[in-house]
Design a protein around this ligand. Structure first.
Ligand code: HSE
Length: 431
């Protein structure tokens, strides 16, 4: 591609961990980025809440507290939004688009709520809207779904798409740490926020799952459509028992097509065999499995969070939109023509591990097995560990619907022989 000799002016909204890396790399790699874009990319303004914070390596005169000035500046061609959150990011992006600016964002929460509105706004304004960094950080997964695999038929997307929870679960598995101490360690390393709710309660993963599902199944999917369960109730006992049985626990996001023209999108802790490729995804790494009708299975792996990895995805998008602008073209837009129904979680069929403390007396197994049978939940294996006068039973089931399983657990809790049901965790694959 010949260099156009043109300059494209870039404005950035937000300058936190990711934004400061984007700014640093834009300056440090200016020549390469210019050669690859076909235009000089000049960072001309960055809006921040507090100008007085020191941001080494970024010229002070670029900073403003006025984000509106960026989206309304007629000299700015491309806008990078890395402030996060819903408002004012949503309004600012819409204004930037209306003003003819291409937009690159990493804002998963916003896309998971208003993705459809943003895609339509960019179509209407004839501008590019790219957001590779919003899911799984540095890993190219959105463009492969939207472009490379768009001729195929996606059947399932499954992955680890939150680095913080994967770090916590890795530490619990490898060192026997409690949830609280693994969380503290993750906070110490800067993975988990002071308020870790978005990560540990899986809001972050659910937003990313909604974005993946929308692209994979050409359907509008929002975060409200995603069944979500976090990892805060996972105990070191759950992890130890899983390990003894040949499993590890991961927070998995699963988006899958069902037989009846519906899809299910869910995020929850899951037992996977230690031999499963996703079990080898350790610490803050992410990985996404995609299963397609023709391509078969593909796996994407890499760093899902952090300043430089996320900046890599943002700069990739920036070069792409700059090339399009120089060529007078636009990248592909999202399609939501399929309008698939989102199936309720109750109808989802998965396998389960149910741990319960029971009285160690004759007839206990029979009483427990009866409850499973009465709810049409077939048992795969039962394991019993003696605990003095009591015992722990761990039942692994065949595929069962969420609603049958919920009824089973309710009835187990009412049995005289069952002291309490300790945990119910879904299972993928067999050991
Ligand atoms: N907090 C996220 C994670 C990174 O831990 O994966 C940004 O999405």
């Amino acid at each position: 591609m010949a260099h156009s000799g043109k300059t494209l002016r870039v404005g950035m909204i937000g300058c936190g961990v990711v934004g400061s890396e984007v700014a640093r790399l834009l300056v440090a790699n200016a020549d390469d980025l210019s050669a690859r874009s076909g235009a000089k990319l000049e960072l001309v303004k960055i809006s921040v809440r507090d100008i007085s914070i020191s941001r080494p390596g970024i010229p002070k005169e670029l900073f403003t507290t006025d984000s509106k000035a960026i989206v309304n500046d007629p000299n700015i061609d491309l806008v990078i939004e890395v402030m996060g959150g819903i408002e004012p990011a949503y309004e600012l992006i819409l204004t930037a688009m209306k003003n003819g600016k291409a937009v690159v964002t990493a804002n998963k929460a916003l896309l998971a709520k208003f993705g459809s509105e943003l895609f339509h706004a960019s179509d209407e304004a004839d501008v590019d809207f790219y957001y590779e960094a919003a899911v799984a950080g540095a890993i190219p997964i959105l463009r492969p779904l939207a472009e490379s695999l768009v001729g195929d038929h996606v059947e399932r997307v499954m992955g680890i798409i939150n680095g913080t929870t994967n770090y916590i679960l890795t530490k619990m598995d490898e060192t026997g740490a409690s949830f609280d101490s693994a969380l503290k360690e993750a906070q110490g390393l800067g993975y988990a926020e002071a308020d870790p709710t978005a990560d540990i309660e899986a809001f972050d993963a659910a937003a990313k799952a909604a974005i993946l599902a929308g692209l994979a199944f050409h359907t509008v999917v929002t975060d409200a459509d995603v069944y979500r369960e976090g990892i805060s109730k996972i105990t070191s006992d759950d992890v130890a028992v899983a390990k003894e049985m040949g499993f590890t626990i991961k927070l998995l996001a699963v988006a899958e097509a069902n037989d009846d023209e519906s899809i299910t999108v869910r995020v929850h802790p899951t037992l996977i065999p230690r031999t499963h490729p996703l079990a080898a995804v350790r610490e803050a790494f992410n990985a996404v499995f995609v299963k397609c009708e023709s391509a078969g299975e593909l796996m994407f792996y890499g760093r899902g969070a952090g300043g430089t990895p996320t900046a890599s995805a943002i700069l990739g998008d920036l070069v792409a939109v700059a090339r399009n602008r120089i060529e007078g073209s636009l990248g592909p837009t999202e399609t939501d023509y399929a309008h698939l129904k989102i199936a309720p979680i109750g109808s989802t069929r998965t396998r389960y591990s149910i741990r319960m403390d029971v009285k160690d007396i004759p007839g206990v197994l029979a009483s427990v097995a009866n409850v499973f049978a009465a709810n049409d939940v077939s048992i795969l294996t039962v394991r019993q560990d003696g605990r003095g006068a009591d015992a722990e039973l761990i039942v692994l089931t065949h595929l069962a619907t969420e609603s049958s399983l919920a009824d089973t657990v309710k009835q187990l809790q009412k049995l005289d022989t069952v002291k309490h049901v300790t945990s119910v965790i879904r299972v993928e694959g067999t050991v």
